[in-house]
Design a protein. Structure first.
Length: 89
């Protein structure tokens, strides 16, 4: 049975605003989701013009550069739906 999770990721225009976007999705487990996200992020490479490509996870397109800076990985927040509801009260 799959677990109901929420990934919380930052969205910004890079200048005037930033907002955390919660997106629900299903995964085998919280640990599996964290592992799969990191794997998808690390497998992403640069395109022919030297720009970092985007990758898909949980139906959302992410930019690798939002999570890997100078080869250091910064994971997103992934919570169970129940924990997310506790956090937003």
């Amino acid at each position: 049975m799959k677990q109901k999770l929420v990934i919380i990721w930052p969205f910004s225009d890079g200048c005037t605003y930033s907002v955390d976007v919660p997106t629900p999705f299903l995964a085998k487990s919280l640990e599996d989701a964290l592992f799969e996200f990191e794997l998808a992020c690390e497998k992403t490479t640069k395109d022919e013009f030297g720009y970092i490509k985007k990758f898909m996870f949980a139906g959302v397109e992410f930019h690798r550069s939002d999570f890997i800076v100078k080869e250091q990985y910064y994971p997103p927040v992934i919570l169970t739906v129940d924990d997310w509801f506790k956090e937003v009260k």
